[in-house]
Design a binder for this molecule. Structure first.
Ligand SMILES: [Zn+2]
Ligand SMILES: [Zn+2]
Length: 178
């Protein structure tokens, strides 16, 4: 098995598996080595380091032990990864959004999520892929994640929200679920 790596991106063409955004040329990226399902050997999944700390915490921490890249923000990466491992379902968080319809049911309580209300988007990781995993009411976060402190994870994967929406979502996430 090829070890995981940190290295500067040689092109600007790789996309982060965690957030879906491009990794800029020269930016340090994290390469998670996983078995190739379609051929012999391994394949590499590329991530922004912080995206991997949130979604692939164990692999990132393993790689961080060996890493020599001086520009890595180790304390931030370690803190994010340790939090993800402490409550492992946090790694399923793929961002927050307003529910565009009232059709989706919450993964936690199985009740519909009201149109226009905030919901957490989930993904499930399986053998090198992230598959859509449904949605969760904000109020159901504590039962589902076993912690209500999820705002770092949610906001990190919500880069397209306007500043006002981020603020509103942050406030909602800072309120104790009832
Ligand atoms: Zn990313
Ligand atoms: Zn719910």
């Amino acid at each position: 098995m090829v070890p995981h790596v940190f290295e500067p991106a040689t092109t600007g063409r790789s996309k982060c598996r965690g957030c879906g955004h491009p990794i800029l040329k020269g930016e340090i990226r994290f390469g998670e080595s996983v078995p190739n399902l379609f051929a012999e050997g391994d394949t590499t999944l590329w991530f922004h380091p912080l995206c991997a700390a949130y979604k692939r915490a164990q692999s990132l921490l393993e790689a961080l032990e060996q890493a020599t890249e001086p520009s890595l923000d180790r304390p931030a990466l370690e803190q994010a990864a340790r939090k993800s491992l402490e409550h492992e379902k946090l790694q399923r968080i793929d961002g927050g959004e307003r529910s565009p319809t009232g059709q989706a049911k919450c993964r936690g309580c199985h009740e519909p999520i009201e149109k226009g209300s905030w919901r957490v988007r989930l993904v499930f990781y399986d053998e090198g892929r992230f598959a859509p995993g449904g949605f969760l009411h904000l109020k159901c976060r504590k039962d589902y994640f076993e912690t209500d402190d999820i705002s770092d994870h949610v906001l990190h994967f919500s880069p397209s929200l306007s500043p006002a929406d981020r603020e509103e979502l942050f406030t909602a996430l800072s309120t104790q679920p009832t």
